[in-house]
Write a protein that binds this ligand. Structure first.
Ligand SMILES: *[C@@H]1O[C@H](CO)[C@@H](O)[C@H](O)[C@H]1NC(C)=O
Ligand SMILES: *[C@@H]1O[C@H](CO)[C@@H](O)[C@H](O)[C@H]1NC(C)=O
Ligand SMILES: *[C@@H]1O[C@H](CO)[C@@H](O)[C@H](O)[C@H]1NC(C)=O
Ligand SMILES: *[C@@H]1O[C@H](CO)[C@@H](O)[C@H](O)[C@H]1NC(C)=O
Ligand SMILES: *[C@@H]1O[C@H](CO)[C@@H](O)[C@H](O)[C@H]1NC(C)=O
Ligand SMILES: *[C@@H]1O[C@H](CO)[C@@H](O)[C@H](O)[C@H]1NC(C)=O
Ligand SMILES: *[C@@H]1O[C@H](CO)[C@@H](O)[C@H](O)[C@H]1NC(C)=O
Length: 505
């Protein structure tokens, strides 16, 4: 069976309706089931809905429940006060979206104009445009904004505010599991069907690319052992992502993550071997660090700046072979990149970016969305303040800009790519595939170049853009320290000839 994704555009129903007519005026304990579309647990949702005629109770891993009702009358059900429920009549009109991920999901539903309050300068062109036009307000101007019916946020540490809905965005979920949040947000707008259609279109695009990768691998036309390190720099340490989000993405891209959490726990790592694993096995590196955010005037990180700021040893295979990628291709005026805000909303594009790193000729016409090379600071998709970039409610699918993709003949039907690692080849998890970085030119690090930063691992639910889960240290020698030493040599503080020549060589 072959099908292409244009199928989705053609199959959209003309009219959407989440509830049967008459719900508003019905009593809360009506016997009529007003929900036209219900999600089930087989939908791989990151939340659990339980429908009951006029209302739905939702558990979202938070202690509190969310109760959405379509009646004017709020349900009089008994709820344990421990659950501090948020009870909201749907559909809502005005929302607060504190985090960029929620902002993108709402925009994708065609509902950006409902966003009245945001935290600070967004990385989304659309939201920035709406802010300029006084439709949306940043926190300093909230007094100008209407009250909102719900607040979406991604701060797992924040507590105590019942009106808030936590949208986890910390790498705990595989990409197509994470995208399931578009369905939760869609429920607040009474847009279950639309959210489901958008989800399905993105999931199909993702799975089609993953299947093509697998097809090429089966024909020995895809590199094996193209190990990726995805990491973020935090002060003097590098945190390598080892969570479900990155693990699944990398295997769907026909690659795998450099694994420094060899026992899977992350807090019991071995200093000597694990630092060596990162240094020796990294065939490609994805650096998600937010360098130079807020800096004016605009001065994007180039190769020299990256070498200086990143602390990554230049002898690593990925560095020597120009296979380092920064995730800041799309940034706003403040040089804040949108990778952690938009990436989880478009896992299909993140996957295509990774595939184009592993096999550039997979699709020669493809332009990366999020990634760019440090050599090329001009590869820049500025997120300007333009509300005409907002997605129109009647163009939610067409504006996804889905790539044409033909499924291989064998790949019909449901499979678990995007949801679990090694979806096509569970045995690959135990394979003794070696990193391509180890062959050929390898990572010929000189003894003087072992250094860099401390290495840690970001596992499971540990914050994607925050805490370092487990750090272990090896000898620190940042580029800056080298420069400092060089100056000392020039100033004669280290008067030993041998050290001068070895530093200068
Ligand atoms: C639906 O709500 C009513 C009223 O609270 C309750 O009696 C009933 O058990 C609920 N049904 C389900 C399936 O939860
Ligand atoms: C939403 O905000 C608009 C102003 O932008 C206001 O006119 C409307 O009444 C608000 N809706 C609700 C339900 O508060
Ligand atoms: C937005 O509000 C500010 C302050 O009230 C005003 O100066 C500006 O002209 C408004 N912008 C638009 C597009 O209405
Ligand atoms: C928003 O706040 C800034 C100062 O924080 C002010 O300069 C600007 O005029 C405000 N905009 C509106 C629309 O009130
Ligand atoms: C790393 O290897 C360990 C042990 O085989 C495994 O439990 C863990 O899931 C692996 N981590 C990644 C990110 O592949
Ligand atoms: C963004 O840039 C503006 C203008 O330079 C500055 O006022 C603002 O504080 C910056 N915001 C952030 C979050 O860096
Ligand atoms: C080794 O490096 C040289 C020069 O950088 C390059 O031309 C050659 O293709 C590399 N060989 C392998 C196996 O990567």
């Amino acid at each position: 069976m072959k099908f292409t994704l244009s199928f989705f555009a053609a199959s959209l129903p003309l009219a959407w309706a989440s509830f049967k007519p008459g719900c508003e005026s019905a009593p809360w304990d009506s016997e009529i089931d007003f929900w036209n579309t219900k999600y089930t647990s087989s939908d791989a949702l990151p939340f659990a809905p339980e429908y009951n005629n006029t209302f739905v109770r939702i558990r979202n891993r938070q202690r509190r429940e969310i109760i959405l009702h379509c009646t004017n009358e709020a349900p009089q059900i008994e709820i344990s006060p421990d659950h501090e429920p948020l009870i909201v009549k749907v559909p809502v009109e005005n929302v607060t979206a504190l985090d960029g991920y929620s902002q993108h999901l709402i925009d994708m539903l065609g509902m950006s104009s409902s966003i009245k309050r945001v935290q600070e300068q967004s990385t989304s062109s659309c939201i920035r445009g709406l802010t300029r036009e006084n439709n949306t307000y940043e926190i300093d101007n909230w007094s100008e904004a209407p009250e909102t019916e719900v607040t979406f946020h991604d701060d797992a540490a924040a507590s105590g505010d019942n009106s808030r809905v936590l949208i986890y965005n910390d790498g705990r979920y595989a990409p197509l599991h994470q995208l399931g949040y578009i369905k939760l947000i869609g429920m607040f707008f009474g847009m279950e069907e639309q959210a489901d259609a958008i989800y399905s279109a993105i999931a199909a695009n993702y799975r089609c690319a993953a299947a093509q990768v697998q097809d090429m691998a089966m024909n020995n036309d895809y590199p094996s052992g193209a190990f990726i390190s995805a990491y973020q720099k935090e002060e003097d340490s590098l945190s390598l992502f080892q969570n479900d989000y990155w693990t699944v993405l990398s295997t769907d891209a026909g690659s795998r993550l450099v694994n420094v959490s060899s026992d899977g726990s992350g807090d019991d790592v071995n200093v000597a071997t694990d630092s060596e694993i990162f240094v020796k096995q990294s065939w490609a590196m994805i650096d998600t660090t937010q360098y130079r955010s807020g800096q004016r005037p605009i001065d994007r990180v180039d190769e020299a700046a990256w070498e200086d700021l990143s602390d990554v040893p230049t002898g690593i295979y990925a560095v020597k072979h120009d296979n380092v990628w920064l995730s800041d291709r799309q940034t706003n005026r403040n040089l804040t990149h949108n990778f952690f805000a938009r990436g989880p909303a478009r896992p299909d594009l993140v996957l295509r970016d990774l595939i184009s790193v592993v096999k550039p000729d997979f699709d020669e016409s493809y332009t990366k969305t999020f990634l760019r090379s440090p050599d090329n600071p001009d590869d820049f998709d500025a997120q300007r303040r333009k509300s005409d970039t907002c997605i129109a409610s009647d163009a939610t699918i067409s504006s996804l800009g889905l790539t044409e993709c033909t499924l291989p003949d064998w790949a019909g039907g449901y499979h678990s790519s995007g949801l679990s690692a090694n979806a096509y080849n569970p045995a690959a998890a135990d394979d003794e595939v070696a990193s391509l970085a180890l062959s050929g030119n390898g990572s010929g690090l000189s003894t003087g170049e072992k250094a860099g930063a401390a290495i840690g691992a970001i596992l499971g639910a540990a914050a994607i853009a925050g805490a370092v889960f487990a750090a272990f240290w090896f000898k620190k020698r940042s580029a800056r320290r080298n420069a400092h030493k060089q100056r000392e040599v020039e100033e004669g503080k280290i008067g030993d000839k041998t050290s001068i020549s070895s530093i200068g060589s």
